[in-house]
Design a protein around this ligand. Structure first.
Ligand SMILES: C[S@@+](CC[C@H](N)C(=O)[O-])C[C@H]1O[C@@H](n2cnc3c(N)ncnc32)[C@H](O)[C@@H]1O
Ligand code: SF4
Ligand code: SF4
Length: 461
């Protein structure tokens, strides 16, 4: 029999953080896929989940603080536990109390209107900025979704990017995403990560590993600065196949070295691998190799469509039957390596999203994508798509752009029945979804605001 519900010890998961903001608080993990705007009193409750208190004791402290008597305090504590399950572990035994976030930091009034507006897609501060540091790349991957032939602005350099990081940190932005092209080709990429970390931000970066693999020092500096996780792209287990997919020569040993250096330095290494007709037969040896190298997570993805001029839009993709076969093979490896490496098979591209696995794009609601031209857009695939470009960082500050008329008009367009698909217009998820992926819709139909081709909606609850 399990323990009495009030005797369990809810404990914040190690990667979870709580951050006070004006009128609300943030609960999040070290990746932007898990972040919630919550009432400060809820963050107060979560801050008490330290492993040393059981639910009844937490309810007591919560009730005494906010003037709630029994049984209301116990009921509310139970509801909060349900609401924030994704941030908690549950222990049956009392452990060492290790408070990580001072509860008194969350004793300020929440602003219901701000929190409700976020549910309607207007975050007061974006959760993250996603910076395309450069369009340049030393690879030319056959599947790449980016248009790598675009030009940046002469003024785009480390000083400008450092100012952007400082501005974002001052404003309260949590995540600093760095991408490209190949972000490590940008002069100063490591200093930028160090700056973000020193300002309390959480940097995330996806890299092809060619620069990081030239010296163990990069990985060591990242670890010393406090970088927790990094994503490395890796698609093939042999040098020849790697050369073929990346349409480059001789980089394979450096990429393997990068993974080794990063694992040795103690970073959590996530591998992102894109399935292509050329690499699908080498999935097993590739996964075995990566597990032996000690990576923590491997995500295999089906090739997505990309920016308007990207190679991905004309590159051959695996067939649906081939995808099914790969999914089964990867699933078997997932089970074999469970507990050692978290392996994600590619999604079933034929299955339309259902209500319970619907996946909106967060770009327009929660993030800003910034390009070397200075343009700000909703997505790193949408450079120079004028309808979705709502500012330029050489002309205005981030906060002014986020709160500016151009972005307000764009937001309004994405829920306007005159512009969107009739299915979306009647869908209950419209304000958080906003028709989802504009790029996939455009590549499928020629219209950015068409209903996402992967969606099985509309939904009505
Ligand atoms: C555009 S790259 C930029 C960062 C870096 N150059 C790299 O490759 O890691 C970002 C990520 O997108 C992935 N990617 C590129 N094209 C893709 C496509 N068509 N479908 C799915 N993922 C893709 C890459 O594998 C990489 O993990
Ligand atoms: S996926 Fe990354 S490494 Fe490959 S060509 Fe695109 S930007 Fe370069
Ligand atoms: S019907 Fe439209 S708004 Fe609703 S979930 Fe699908 S894409 Fe999003």
């Amino acid at each position: 029999m399990g323990a009495e519900p009030s005797a369990i010890m809810p404990t914040l998961k190690p990667a979870v953080r709580l951050k006070p903001m004006r009128g609300y608080a943030l609960a999040h993990a070290h990746h932007p896929s898990l972040i919630r705007m919550i009432d400060p009193s809820h963050a107060f409750f979560l801050s008490l989940c330290s492993g040393g208190l059981n639910l009844r004791e937490i309810a007591y402290l919560y009730g005494e603080t906010f003037g709630l008597a029994e049984p209301e305090r116990v009921e509310q504590a139970g509801q909060l536990l349900e609401l924030y399950r994704m941030f908690l572990d549950f222990h049956q035994q009392r452990g060492q109390a290790t408070p990580r976030f001072a509860p008194e930091r969350f004793l300020y009034p929440g602003d219901d209107a701000v929190i409700a507006a976020a549910a309607h897609g207007k975050w007061p501060v974006p959760a993250g900025i996603n910076v395309t540091l450069t369009f340049k790349c030393n690879f030319n991957c056959s599947y790449c979704y980016q248009d790598l032939l675009q030009a940046g602005d002469q003024r785009w350099d480390l000083a400008k990017c450092t100012d952007l990081v400082d501005e974002a940190a001052d404003w309260g932005v949590v995540f600093l995403g760095l991408t490209g092209g190949e972000p490590t080709i940008f002069r100063g990429w490591l200093e930028l990560i160090e700056r973000g970390l020193s300002r309390g931000m959480i940097p995330t970066m996806t890299s092809n590993g060619t620069v990081i693999g030239t010296s163990a020092e990069f990985a060591q500096r990242l670890a010393a600065a406090g970088m927790e996780e990094i994503t490395i792209s890796f698609d093939a287990p042999t040098a020849d196949l790697h050369d073929a997919v990346t349409q480059s020569r001789g980089h394979f040993p450096k990429v393997v070295a990068a993974i080794r250096y990063l694992v040795d330095a103690g970073l959590r290494v996530v591998i992102k691998s894109v399935l292509t007709p050329a690499t699908q037969h080498a999935i097993e040896p590739m996964i075995e190799m990566l597990v032996d190298l000690g990576v923590h997570e491997i995500g295999i993805s089906y090739m997505e469509s990309g920016a308007i001029k990207s190679g991905a839009n004309s590159a051959p993709n695996v067939t649906i039957d081939e995808l099914g076969a790969v999914r089964a093979r990867v699933q078997a490896l997932r089970e074999r390596h469970a507990g050692r490496c978290d392996i994600h098979p590619p999604k079933d591209a034929t299955r339309k999203w259902k209500d319970d696995d619907w996946y909106p794009c967060g770009g327009i609601n929660m993030g800003m994508s910034i390009f070397p031209s200075g343009d700000v857009s909703v997505c790193d695939k949408m450079h120079k798509v004028s309808d979705f470009t709502y500012g330029n960082v050489f002309e205005a500050g981030l906060e002014a752009i986020w709160n500016g008329d151009a972005f307000a008009a764009l937001r309004a367009r994405t829920v306007d029945p005159d512009h969107i698909d009739p299915d979306c217009a009647k869908c209950s998820k419209l304000y958080s979804c906003r028709t989802s992926c504009f790029v996939d819709s455009f590549n499928a139909t020629g219209k950015y605001l068409a209903k996402d081709p992967h969606c099985g909606g509309p939904f009505f609850n």
